[in-house]
Design a protein around this ligand. Structure first.
Ligand SMILES: N[C@@H](CCC(=O)N[C@@H](CS)C(=O)NCC(=O)O)C(=O)O
Length: 260
């Protein structure tokens, strides 16, 4: 099994979490997203969307983190990460869908607007233009351009923060009556939300976790899991995390103003 991934990418963290929860051994290829390695023709032949992660297993290529995680749980059923009841499985999949549809794109906006932008502003316009031109989807390209140009002042930034707040509220409400997002057992839904809560933390927006008691309890519990150390902590580049935290602190007051 081989995972193509990136140390800090949310979707990569989510798949690594499942691999380690299930105790599956894998080889890996790390892609440097800021250098555009996801756009190399050899990689795009595996993943036409030019994003990580991609999983190769048993002679097949799998893309899309949620579907990769479903595949892993189907193919390696020991230590299942899907609830037993059909209702809870629906709950799990609904939450994963909501993350894919809304939270993931919103996270890309806040990550670039706060964390990645300072580094990109130090590169030449031509270099950044060339990187943007390689993004295969026109909408994603435009959104990225606006957050690089305007940072937290971009219109999409406010919307993205509101999306985080809305989905964190939903998670908090679910976690007020059950231990994990899809019921009493840890599931793919918990693996799916985890990276986005980490990202908010890394971008110095931890108050969005702390002011939601049940989400805060859940985040503390997930950090205690051995797989968290293997999938997240051991991979997180300390200098990059520190630069995200510093960039978040630098624009904290602006974010409060933008959110009104
Ligand atoms: N829906 C995809 C999204 C993957 C995705 O957006 N990955 C990001 C990192 S978390 C990426 O590779 N970004 C590179 C880029 O946008 O150029 C999945 O779940 O696998």
């Amino acid at each position: 099994m081989r995972l193509y991934h990136n140390p800090i990418s949310t979707c990569s963290q989510k798949v690594r979490m499942v691999l380690h929860e299930k105790g599956l051994a894998f080889e890996d290829t790390v892609l440097d997203l800021q250098q555009g390695e996801q756009f190399e023709p050899g990689y795009q032949a595996l993943n036409p969307n030019a994003v990580v992660p991609t999983l190769e297993d048993q002679g097949s290529v799998m893309i899309e983190s949620t579907l990769i995680n479903e595949y892993l749980d189907d193919a390696y059923p020991t230590k299942p990460l899907k609830p037993v009841s059909a209702v809870e499985r629906h709950q799990m999949r609904l939450f994963c869908k909501c993350i894919d549809d809304a939270l993931h794109p919103a996270c890309g906006v806040i990550t670039y607007a706060i964390g990645v932008r300072p580094g990109l502003l130090q590169r030449s316009h031509a270099d950044v233009d060339a990187l943007l031109a390689k993004i295969p989807n026109a909408y994603r390209r435009e959104v990225r351009r606006s957050v690089i140009d305007q940072g937290v002042e971009a219109g999409v930034f406010r919307e993205a923060m509101l999306t985080h707040q809305m989905i964190f509220d939903q998670a908090n409400a679910l976690l007020s009556t059950q231990e994990w997002l899809a019921g009493s057992t840890f599931s793919l839904a918990d693996c799916a939300l985890m990276p986005y809560v980490i990202r908010i933390d890394h971008l110095s927006q931890g108050h969005e976790i702390d002011r939601r008691d049940h989400l805060k309890r859940w985040y503390a519990a997930i950090q205690q899991r051995p797989a968290f150390t293997q999938a997240v902590t051991n991979w997180a580049p300390p200098a990059l995390v520190a630069s995200f935290r510093q960039a978040g602190a630098a624009v904290a007051a602006d974010i409060v103003r933008v959110l009104g």
